[in-house]
Design a protein around this ligand. Structure first.
Ligand SMILES: [Mn+2]
Length: 321
């Protein structure tokens, strides 16, 4: 699986790496690790993302420059790698323009149902993170390629995308990789964990307080929603990005099988869907202009937010029993 990808990478000099829009730690960790590794091989590397680093991942920024894609830099690439997304549209307009450009388009991803737009795919749906794939790729080339910097980036991607090693995508192999990264990187797990999770401001906790009051339960507590209005964001001085991790609270309820965070955004309602049961939120998200994984997905509803709650519950209830 990695052999052909390695051949393609070796035979091109200037390589662009895209991570998905509104990047998370897995997207950025996998992207930056690839960037560092390729640069170490003597390649000219561009890392692209149109969106900024989220506040809790700003510490990753100094490891490798990630720039907004401009036409000239993208055009100078001989090959492009796309990490942690299953379709060019997930990577923004400049990525979409690359379709049919003749440049090899390479995919490294763990989302289900990848588009057929790529010339070569390393796609493992159900795997915990794209960062694990980048780890395997580098080791296939040379295990010594896992430097301390690369270790930190990949560990950040794995710890976040596996919910701190608790999702059922976690395999023994996940822990073996994590152990190897800890050894190669000589860092303590909490060093990364604290940077990502323990950096709240008071306004985040105030917003959390408001959102917890808004939890609603349906079908004998099997389904939970948490609604966030623009007024709540304005009152606390927060933005949509500050809701990271909130959906874990309704999902943590004993009888809850799936939890849905709904937030007013750009005149519509943004949906974050999470499951801790057989309920497939990727399938559910397909009804709401979205997708993702079986246990974590996102989507959009035209609004208003009360209608969105009704519609999402009605659709999710079809999967109960
Ligand atoms: Mn991911």
């Amino acid at each position: 699986m990695y052999k052909r990808l390695l051949e393609i990478i070796r035979s091109h000099q200037t390589i662009g790496i895209f991570s998905h829009l509104r990047p998370d730690a897995d997207a950025l960790g996998a992207q930056i690790a690839l960037g560092l590794w390729l640069k170490g091989m003597g390649k000219t590397v561009y890392a692209f993302n149109p969106d900024p680093f989220p506040p809790n991942l700003k510490w990753m920024q100094p490891y490798f420059p990630v720039q907004v894609p401009d036409r000239k830099s993208v055009a100078s690439c001989d090959a492009c790698i796309f990490v942690d997304g299953n379709s060019l549209v997930r990577f923004g307009e400049e990525a979409e323009r690359l379709e049919g450009s003749g440049k090899p388009l390479l995919l490294i991803d763990h989302h289900p149902d990848p588009e057929s737009q790529f010339d070569h795919e390393v796609s493992v749906p159900g795997l915990g993170s794209a960062s694990e794939l980048v780890y395997e790729l580098i080791c296939e080339d040379n295990p010594a390629g896992i430097t301390p910097e690369i270790s930190r980036m990949l560990y950040a991607g794995i710890v976040t995308d596996t919910g701190s090693f608790r999702f059922d995508s976690v395999r023994p192999r996940t822990h073996h990789i994590a152990a190897d990264l800890l050894e190669a990187g000589k860092f303590a797990p909490n060093e990364i964990h604290e940077r990502i999770y323990d950096n709240n401001e008071l306004k985040h906790l105030k917003l959390l307080g408001l959102t917890l009051k808004n939890i609603e339960l349906f079908y004998s507590n099997q389904l939970a929603t948490m609604s966030v209005t623009q007024t709540m964001l304005d009152e606390t001085g927060c933005s949509y990005e500050d809701l990271e991790g909130f959906v874990a609270y309704p999902l943590s309820l004993k009888e809850t099988k799936a939890a849905f965070l709904l937030c007013e955004k750009d005149g519509k309602v943004k949906l974050s869907l999470r499951s801790k049961s057989a309920l497939d939120v990727n399938k559910l998200a397909r009804n709401f202009d979205g997708g993702g994984h079986q246990k974590a997905a996102g989507g959009w509803h035209p609004g208003p937010i009360d209608q969105a709650v009704q519609d999402i519950i009605q659709e999710a209830a079809k999967q109960l029993d």
